[in-house]
Design a protein. Structure first.
Length: 72
């Protein structure tokens, strides 16, 4: 029996981007609070959120195929 995900790739992508925008806002404030350097803070935020976006997308796609905890 093939299990089909309830979400399309596009929806997962949009969710990933919206989450990242929120995360970038918070991460920027925190990084600047600790470094007091806008350029360094921007570099940290871009690097961390770049790989985190890809990781979140993959995580969501894997969970889209797991039936545990879903109602049928």
């Amino acid at each position: 029996m093939e299990i089909k995900p309830l979400e399309k790739h596009r929806r997962t992508g949009v969710k990933s981007i919206s989450y990242r925008l929120l995360s970038i806002s918070i991460d920027s404030a925190v990084a600047y609070f600790f470094t007091r350097d806008a350029a360094l803070s921007a570099g940290i935020v871009i690097f961390v959120n770049g790989y985190s976006t890809a990781l979140y997308y993959l995580h969501e796609r894997i969970w889209a195929h797991i039936q545990w905890g879903r109602k049928t």
